[in-house]
Write a new protein. Structure first.
Length: 344
């Protein structure tokens, strides 16, 4: 099996082929155009038993990875951190070139057997796009409301209420009668910001509706979990992606950043908080935990039991997040089995 490492860039792609003993067989650099993948495939014809290792197949290498998969090629995703470590630890010149980077990517693929295999994008990517788009709209609405708050604070003694909405802002602006020219300009700009908030509210509503429809069509059972609605379900499904890349629930918990990291030394056995993992998945689990702690639910019972065990509220919440990670994984695994039942 020949392994071809790909170092992708915005305007070019560099490929290096290594045999099973990490010996280079050839290299190619092509411009990133519509013909790039065709040129790579034509160059790789002599190696019928081949696989491609793309650095950052979910990032900068997304386009070339998806085009190779679409052409029926076997492609694995090499995280950029692993490729960088291989380059630093590898023998030879430490000078960084596109060719050496591509060779490092191929070397990682040869050494690691559990790299994620790239698959054709499915409904999970649609859910991720919808979720990320809604997050962007909500963030933009928050920024716009913050700017509106500043103007209203200058126009009205005490400013506006903390939980400002478009309706409340419109009512407050309607009562203001500025006299000074500067205040009249503030009110004009405030009305423009208010119009932006209303447009964003409409777009957020439309995005939420689209997410609900997409989650329903996916047939997931995640929404059966208390505190987990369609918006969070879309975030989890979109960022978890292909479940087969997680061998078990513990690997999934590590990916979500809810599994503590061992930091033992000598006879001292201790663990520390995991600040890694996918922060979007971690955020989703945090929101579910907060909801379950607040309302009567199995999570609230579990949280109270941890408090009775002399855990701090923060430690109890982290324990609940770890528990919820197992619950989410169980639903994802059940959905995966149900949707991939082999034909009888």
């Amino acid at each position: 099996m020949i392994t071809i490492g790909i170092d992708p860039h915005k305007r070019s792609v560099t490929a290096v082929a290594l045999d099973a003993h990490s010996q280079p067989l050839g290299s190619l650099r092509v411009a990133m155009t519509d013909r790039a993948v065709a040129q790579l495939l034509a160059w790789a014809v002599p190696w019928s038993a081949r696989r491609w290792a793309v650095e950052g197949a979910t990032g900068l290498g997304h386009t070339v990875a998806q085009q190779l998969v679409g052409a029926g090629e076997l492609v694995v995703d090499v995280p950029a951190k692993l490729a960088a470590r291989a380059r630093l630890l590898g023998a030879g010149s430490a000078r960084k070139t596109d060719r050496s980077d591509a060779a490092s990517v191929a070397a990682v693929a040869l050494a690691h057997r559990r790299l994620r295999q790239v698959a054709v994008e499915d409904h999970t990517m649609t859910l991720r796009l919808l979720s990320d788009h809604r997050d962007d709209l909500v963030a933009e609405r928050t920024r716009t409301l913050s700017r509106l708050h500043v103007l209203l604070c200058d126009l009205h003694p005490g400013g506006a209420e903390r939980n400002l909405t478009a309706q409340r802002a419109a009512a407050l602006l309607g009562r203001l009668r500025p006299v000074a020219g500067v205040d009249r300009e503030r009110k004009r700009i405030a009305r423009e910001l208010l119009a932006d908030v209303r447009r964003l509210d409409q777009r957020i509503t439309a995005a939420t509706k689209a997410i609900g429809e997409a989650v329903t069509s996916s047939g997931t059972t995640l929404t059966e979990v208390f505190g987990l609605g369609p918006v969070l379900a879309a975030k989890i499904l979109g960022h978890a992606g292909d479940l087969t890349r997680f061998p078990d629930r513990d690997h999934f918990a590590s990916s979500t950043g809810t599994a503590p990291i061992e930091a033992s030394s000598g006879d001292v056995r201790r663990h520390r908080l995991n600040r890694g993992g996918n922060r979007q998945l971690n955020t989703a689990l945090h929101l579910i935990a907060v909801c379950q702690i607040r309302d009567p639910s199995p999570g609230q019972v579990y949280y109270q039991r941890k408090l009775r065990q002399a855990k701090t509220p923060e430690e109890a919440r982290r324990a609940l997040k770890r528990k919820l990670s197992n619950v989410v994984y169980r639903h994802l695994a059940a959905d995966h089995r149900r949707h991939h039942v082999p034909p009888s």
